[in-house]
Design a protein. Structure first.
Length: 451
């Protein structure tokens, strides 16, 4: 990184950043209070609020959102007449999954092979630290030239929409000229990237019932309709032979016009086992960023250990459907539910319910904010031009903000590059990326103030 005062300040702050991320990662802030204590999320929220107060933010508040979680808000006034920038991150995290599969405890930040490991280190507690680093660097080098609002969400990973509903009910709160969403990631380590599109998503829980109760498979199997077998048939109907998503009425032919994703590189990033084929058709970028993708997230059925010789009377599954820009998530939900009902065999009773939804997003990349970010990243990443990529994941708040503030520019950056393995075991963050992106964000705020 070329020497400049902002970069030097950020470099000097990295030990503090590690200590703070260690504290923040220690909170088991999973916004599923059936699995994790609500006090853990409240502790993380209070940590963020205290950090904002330390940086002289005003109006710091814990916002009680309609889904029962808290988002943290703060406002730092800049010079009179300055533009307003909203910085977003979330402090809630995905469950750690199989804790025994982690090389080190998931809620203890641990350095290994030059990376910092821990649940939320990249997604997205590291994003909170990135915002703090950028603001501290500016304060130490002439001051912050814009009004800054910070919002740290408490339930982004659950898709329950608490902050979206709160923002709709209080539209003045998050109003800004530009929004920086710190919940995305570079295409690969060292390649500065802004995310220009996000797929939307819907979550549907489906249940199939066939019998009043389980039956002995020897006495009744072969004629009694098996609910688990019916569910398997239904779930299989959601994919073509090549693995492409096949929801009746939903197109699967769009293409991505932008950054290419080499297939071998994807296999490496996704850690696909040797000899196992990729699924779907078209380029990897088409499949990840421009087309729908269905995933069965979970099935309720007897585990192998302890299973009895029974015909199952009921079975459930949770199905996720990612939808690309241009497809309405609500319409996709209707199509998915209709497909599940149509493809349920044997006259079995089927019931489905939507349990989460978020719209897709497409940014205006021709805006002044994008030029300001490109110039900033050119300094933070010498010799690298800023790239535009899509992201297969969903950030429902983006569309809520775009609808509330149609004139606001929205940029997505962050720490979740492929090596971070977000949502998986052994999630990690590159401290070098944290440092460079903090420099880029600081320089962006300075560039944007003068644009």
């Amino acid at each position: 990184m070329s020497s400049n005062p902002v970069a030097e300040t950020v470099a000097s702050l990295m030990p503090r950043a590690r200590a703070e991320l260690t504290e923040l990662v220690a909170f088991k802030s999973v916004a599923d209070f059936d699995q994790f204590p609500k006090s853990e999320s409240e502790g993380a929220a209070n940590w963020v609020a205290d950090a904002l107060r330390t940086e002289d933010f005003q109006d710091v508040a814990l916002l009680d959102t309609p889904d029962g979680t808290q988002s943290v808000y703060g406002y730092l006034p800049g010079p009179q007449g300055a533009k307003t920038v909203l910085l977003y991150a979330h402090y809630d995290v995905q469950p750690p999954l199989d804790e025994a599969a982690w090389a080190t405890p998931p809620f203890e930040l641990t350095e290994r092979d030059g990376r910092w490991y821990g649940r939320g280190a990249a997604d997205c507690k590291g994003g909170v630290i990135m915002h703090l680093l950028a603001l501290r660097a500016l304060k130490a080098n002439g001051g912050i030239p814009v009004h800054v609002k910070v919002i740290a969400e408490g339930s982004e990973e659950m898709g329950t929409g608490g902050l979206e509903r709160y923002a709709e009910e209080h539209p003045e709160l998050l109003a800004a000229d530009t929004v920086v969403i710190g919940d995305s990631g570079n295409f690969r380590v060292g390649l500065p990237t802004v995310t220009s599109t996000l797929r939307g998503m819907t979550l549907v829980r489906v249940r199939i019932d066939t019998l009043e109760g389980n039956l002995h498979s020897g006495q009744f199997g072969g004629a009694a309709p098996d609910a688990l077998g019916a569910l398997i048939r239904v779930l299989d109907s959601l994919r073509a032979e090549d693995g492409s998503t096949t929801v009746d009425g939903l197109t699967d032919e769009s293409s991505w016009d932008g950054l290419r994703y080499d297939e071998e590189q994807f296999r490496t990033d996704a850690k696909v086992l040797d000899g196992v084929e990729l699924i779907g058709s078209g380029t990897v970028a088409d499949r990840l960023w421009a087309r729908p993708a269905v995933t069965v997230l979970g099935i309720d059925c007897p585990p192998v250990v302890g299973a009895t010789p029974s015909v199952q009377a009921s079975a459930r599954a949770l199905v996720s459907l990612r939808v690309p820009p241009g497809v309405d998530a609500a319409e996709a939900t209707k199509l998915l539910q209709a497909h599940l009902e149509t493809h349920t065999p044997w006259g079995a009773r089927v019931h489905s319910e939507q349990v989460g939804q978020g719209q897709a997003f497409r940014a205006d990349t021709n805006s002044p904010a994008y030029q300001a970010m490109a110039d900033a990243m050119a300094v933070a990443y010498p010799g690298q031009d800023m790239q535009y990529a899509g992201q297969g994941g969903s950030i429902p708040l983006c569309n809520t903000l775009a609808a509330l503030y149609p004139n606001a520019e929205i940029l997505l950056i962050g720490l979740s590059e492929p090596e971070a393995q977000i949502h998986a075991v052994n999630e990690s963050v590159s401290p070098q990326e944290l440092e460079r992106l903090s420099v880029a964000e600081a320089l962006f705020l300075r560039n944007y103030a003068g644009s």
